[in-house]
Every structure is written in C-alpha cells, then in structure tokens.
Design a protein around this ligand. Structure first.
Ligand SMILES: Cc1cc2nc3c(=O)[nH]c(=O)nc-3n(C[C@H](O)[C@H](O)[C@H](O)COP(=O)(O)OP(=O)(O)OC[C@H]3O[C@@H](n4cnc5c(N)ncnc54)[C@H](O)[C@@H]3O)c2cc1C
Length: 398
C-alpha cells in the first residue's frame, strides 16, 4: 500500500469512531481516515449491546456520563427519525425487590432529577398500566425518555453517510500496529501519516494509548455480558424495558429485560470477567494475554470489595438457575421454560485505575501532543456518542 495521509486518523470504526468522524466532517474537515481492523462494522461493543438509549438516571451529577447521556439520547432519537431508522419510545421501569431497594429508588429519583431526566416514582397500579407483568416492592421508577434502537442500523447509516461524503475513508481490515516516528502509524497494510491521531479502539484503547506513552496508569478488564431470550410466545410479557435496582457503586446495571426493535425480548447482560478482549464464547478470543487479565482480576479481587462482589456473584449466572432467579425478580409468572438460550454476547471493556485499584466510573479522554485517546467508552457511550463527539472535538481537537 502506498503511504496514505489524513488530517484526522481515527483508530476504531465503532460508534465512537464513526460519530467523531461525522462531527469532524460537519465542522468542515475534508480528509479523515478511519482504521477498522474488522471487515464489517459493529463486530464488537457497538454491535453487541442492548440497544437502549439511556436517559440520565444513574450517573453521579458531576460526571461526563450525566452531562452527556440525556442530550445524546435526544440527538440519537432525532437521527433515527431523520433517517427512518427503528426507534421504540417505550420508556423503562426500574423495579425493587425489597424495602432496601425501594429506598434506593428514591436516591435514583433524586439523581435523575438533578441530571434533567424525566422520571416519576410510581405505585403498583400505575406500574401495571405501563408493564402489566412487572413486579416491584411498593414503588417503581418510570423513565419517560428511555428508548430502544437498532444499533446495527445506526452504525450502517453512519458508515454509509461518511463514505458518501467522499471526505472520509473507512479502511476495513486495517489494523493499527504502532506509532512510527512523528505523526505516522504502522498498520498491517503499511504506513499512514496524520496531523492528529484519535484512539477510539474500544476494548483495545488502553493498549493503543500505551503505545503513545499515554494513560499508563490505566488497564482494561473485559467483562462478558451474556444474554438469554424470552420464548417468542412469551414476549408479550415485556412491552419496553424492565430493569432491577443496580448497585450504583459499580458500573453495571444488572440483568434486565428489553424488547428490541424486532419484537424479541432479551434478558441480560451479565458482567462476568472474561479471559480475553474478544472472548465472546469459550475458547474464542483467549490468547497469551489471558494470564495478564487473570492476574489483574486476582489482584482486584483481593484489594477491591466492590470488584470482589461482582466477581463472586456474576459468574454463577452461567448456570441457568441463577440467571432465571435474577430474571424472575423482574416479572410475574415467569416459568423456567419461558427463557431460552441466545447467541448474543458482548464484552464491556472496563477501565481500571491501576494506582488506586478502582474501576473507573466515567468516560476518560486524554490529549497528548498529536493524539487524543478515548478511554472507558462504556455504557451509556452508545447513547451519548453524538454529543460526546461534539465535546471531544470542542475540548480536545480545536
Ligand atoms: C453487553 C453490552 C451492553 C451494552 N448496552 C448498552 C446500552 O444499552 N446502551 C448504551 O448506550 N451503551 C451500551 N453498551 C455500551 C456501548 O455498547 C459502548 O459504550 C460503545 O459501543 C463503545 O463504542 P466504541 O466505539 O468505543 O467501541 P467498539 O464498538 O468496540 O469499537 C471499537 C472498534 O475499534 C476497532 N479496533 C480495535 N483495535 C483496533 C486496531 N488496533 N486497529 C483498528 N481497529 C481497531 C474494533 O474492531 C472496533 O470495531 C453496552 C455494551 C455492552 C458490551
């Protein structure tokens, strides 16, 4: 391959890379290249998620997540409407399994209101009108703005628009290997020169950043999310989204029920530490790094009680009985035979601050001389992506 050159070279063609390219294009940039190691879009987190547009409920009000989620939700909905892409504005209910969780709902309500979300604490009568099969302990939280999209359709639409502009080239099957001198990188297909490099490599973003000497205190731990499904003739039991009350000290929301844009109801995802960044099912995606990942998980297990709780409770959800128990807490009359297995699985690349041995709860962006690194683009980064791209452009690229 001859040496290519870009004003902006983006590593990663997931939702973060694509929306960043769109934002740069809209502000007049004419020469953007996206490197994508896979041959098709959406092979990783952006194409394997729940497809829920979150609505700013859980996040600490001073966080980027809180600042971006709701606005991102509105922008993504607007995009779906403009492009005629599937959008289910079904809202969501969060249900409590006991008195303690019902108390936590009040805290979630206050957080949500502070974040600008439209939410309401509802009684069981109102819950029954919204989700006839949902069950709760006295009260539930209803989020009006939560919606469901088809992530694959959004990725395809963004991809096609970028390519059609003639100003963005998406080089699929092209893997970033390492920086090469000043303002150039080496890929499996040769060298590419750039004015500014943007790392949007998802599950590999720590590794790419480390190649530039950036973010050395951070390491990723992959968490696997497996899903199961409600049997087709039972999908009437869920109209929109039914979520449990999460432990808000951790970044995972717990096994929930979501009706997707095709009318299928998925239960999941779990948050089980995986042995590889692409370890979607055993033994796929397990390589020599498995020892490192296991070592990191072992250290966290010893020193971090929040991580230990996740590590002790989540893996048992591989066993049907435990997964069923979690799902049964959300809806009435659910029988074991109503849940069937599914191929769907995703990996959440969770950033860890290795000095503090803490899971990082917010998005992280770091700028170096000629490069910007998007780290920890975890949920709700799909929802937030369009406004997150604006923020990155305004704060880090101008
Ligand atoms: C199970 C699950 C459920 C989720 N549910 C939701 C939800 O309901 N709502 C929500 O808002 N968010 C959700 N999320 C989070 C959301 O999916 C992610 O935050 C988002 O997709 C991250 O996008 P990304 O572009 O950073 O990563 P990715 O989609 O992983 O994209 C990164 C891309 O970089 C490429 N790449 C990596 N290394 C290289 C390299 N060296 N060279 C070239 N290319 C490279 C990869 O192939 C990949 O395509 C969920 C995530 C998971 C896993």
């Amino acid at each position: 391959m001859r040496t290519e050159r870009a004003d902006f070279l983006i590593c990663g063609g997931g939702i973060i890379g694509l929306t960043l390219a769109r934002e740069l294009l809209n502000s007049g940039c004419e020469n953007i290249i996206i490197l994508e190691k896979e041959n098709t879009p959406g092979k990783h987190a952006s194409g394997r998620n729940s497809g829920v547009l979150h609505a700013g409920i859980y996040y600490s009000p001073d966080s980027l997540k809180a600042k971006l989620c709701l606005q991102g939700n509105f922008l993504m909905k607007q995009y779906c409407r403009e492009k005629g892409l599937p959008l289910l504005e079904t809202g969501k209910v969060i249900v409590a399994k006991n008195v303690k969780e019902a108390e936590t709902l009040k805290e979630l309500y206050s957080r949500a209101v502070e974040n600008g979300a439209k939410v309401e604490l509802i009684d069981t009568g109102r819950l029954e009108e919204i989700e006839p099969y949902a069950k709760t302990h006295g009260t539930a939280l209803y989020s009006y703005y939560t919606a469901v999209v088809d992530p694959g359709a959004i990725l395809k639409s963004l991809h096609d628009d970028l390519v059609a502009s003639g100003k963005v080239r998406i080089l699929t099957g092209t893997e970033f290997r390492r920086p090469k001198g000043s303002r150039a990188v080496l890929t499996n297909r040769g060298e590419i020169r750039f004015d500014m490099f943007i790392n949007a490599a998802g599950a590999y973003s720590d590794r790419v950043a480390h190649c530039f000497g950036v973010g050395l205190d951070y390491r990723l731990i992959p968490f696997k999310g497996i899903y199961r499904k409600l049997r087709k003739d039972k999908s009437y039991m869920v109209r929109g989204n039914i979520y449990p009350v999460p432990d808000i000290r951790n970044p995972f929301l717990g096994v929930h029920l979501t009706r997707n844009t095709k009318g299928e109801v998925y239960a999941g995802p779990t948050a089980i530490t995986a042995l590889g960044r692409e370890n979607y099912r055993f033994p796929e995606g397990i390589n020599a790094e498995a020892f490192d990942i296991a070592g990191r998980s072992a250290v966290l297990f010893l020193v971090n009680p929040k991580f230990r709780k996740v590590a002790l409770t989540e893996p048992r959800k591989y066993i049907f009985r435990f997964f069923y128990e979690d799902t049964k807490r959300l809806i009435k009359n659910l029988k074991p035979g109503d849940i069937v297995s599914s191929e769907k699985a995703g990996i959440r690349p969770q950033l860890v601050d290795w000095n503090k041995k803490e899971l990082v709860m917010d998005f992280v962006v770091i700028r170096d001389a000629d490069s910007v690194h998007v780290l920890n683009a975890i949920s709700p980064a799909f929802t937030s992506s369009m406004v997150f791209a604006k923020l990155i452009k305004e704060r880090f690229l101008t």
